[in-house]
Design a protein around this ligand. Structure first.
Ligand SMILES: [Zn+2]
Length: 360
């Protein structure tokens, strides 16, 4: 994109210089606009109020484009292009990981378990514990369950895999929802509100679903604790979504409020994490998982700091309109955090797959 478009006359200010704007001229203009829509990008000042979100991003806005052009703009440069693609990219990574998990269910032992076991092994060897994950030969993956069989081939335990897929699907839903919001919210006032809310609901779903794998498998042998934690975070998520459906809370003014709400949800994980640590203190896997989740927490927290502070664009307004602004950094850190949590969940799931019973 070059600077040519800067003096773009603004798609929706076309009639200003004409004499006497009457209704006939207006409808003529409307007709012309429809007939030959020119995909012009506009400056911040030319935006309708509801599209004004970040005053430090000065240019390259799509404003009230027809829906078809808005969709096509996924392949062109404007100030939302990287916001769309960072989360679309994250979605595609998680879609590939989900496919691999399905392949593992169909084919038995697969790439993912091998990967997880090797990273766990590196950590645990470094830990000098010498205690690796139990041998997985005693298990088969079938119909969404991990079956543990004894020497005679009798099934001694069937471990459900649905919490693992809740995490994968929830993460994909959050990422694709965010991507769609950034692509389509510029179309109209009503769509803008709808997609902002979808985006916030998506983030909430992503946070809640990320609790399912660790809580379900770590507290597998403590069903009531498991139920307590899973229902608490689910209720917290539902309350957050209901709160965020209030249109007033979608405005830029409430940006810190929304960030705080997401942080509270995310960091409420400290309670089950502390409990898990106390419960599995002697098992090396818990420290490996914790290390990954600390990386996730750091990634999210730094991301939220960028989101709220709007650094670096506040230092040089207009310099980061297309690339390098706070929201894009936030998006990349969200994907990085989700991948770190994926690794943590993998270690936990693999541990549980290798623990046939709850006997100690
Ligand atoms: Zn976003």
């Amino acid at each position: 994109m070059n600077g040519e478009g800067v003096k773009r006359k603004g798609l929706f200010s076309g009639g200003k210089n004409r004499d006497g704007i009457d209704s006939e001229t207006k409808s003529e203009e409307k007709y012309q606009r429809k007939k030959k829509f020119d995909r012009k990008l506009v400056k911040y000042d030319a935006l309708p109020d509801y599209l004004k979100d970040n005053e430090f991003i000065l240019d390259y806005y799509r404003s009230e484009w027809p829906i078809k052009d808005t969709i096509i703009s996924v392949f062109s440069w404007h100030n939302e292009t990287l916001n769309v693609w960072t989360h679309l990219g994250g979605f595609l990574i998680f879609a590939a990981l989900t496919m691999m998990s399905f392949m593992e269910i169909i084919q038995g032992q697969g790439f993912l378990s091998g990967f997880s076991r090797s990273i766990s092994a590196v950590f645990m060897t470094a830990n000098n514990s010498g205690e690796l994950l139990p041998d997985l030969k005693s298990r088969q993956v079938s119909h969404g369950l991990v079956l543990h069989v004894d020497d005679e081939g009798n099934i001694i335990n069937a471990l459900p895999l649905w919490p693992w897929f809740v995490f994968l699907v929830g993460t994909m839903a959050g990422l694709v929802g965010s991507s769609l919001s950034h692509l389509l919210a510029c179309h109209s006032r009503s769509l803008n509100l709808f997609f902002r809310q979808l985006d916030y609901a998506g983030i909430s779903v992503m946070i809640v679903s990320s609790f399912y794998t660790p809580i379900y498998y770590i507290f597998y042998c403590n069903p009531s604790t498991r139920l307590l934690y899973l229902s608490s975070i689910s209720i917290l998520g539902i309350l957050a979504i209901i709160t965020l459906l209030t249109p007033a809370l979608s405005t830029p003014y409430f940006r810190p409020f929304r960030a705080t709400l997401f942080l509270i949800m995310g960091f409420s994980g400290v309670i089950p994490a502390g409990h898990a640590l106390a419960l599995h203190w002697s098992e090396p896997y818990i420290f490996v998982a914790l290390a990954y989740d600390l990386a996730m927490a750091a990634s999210y927290a730094i991301g939220v700091a960028f989101y709220v502070s709007r650094i670096p664009e506040r230092w040089k307004p207009g310099k980061f309109d297309i690339t390098g602004n706070s929201h894009q950094i936030f998006h990349v850190l969200v994907v990085a955090g989700a991948l770190a949590h994926y690794a943590a969940s993998m270690v936990i799931l693999d541990f549980r797959k290798g623990s046939p019973t709850c006997e100690r």
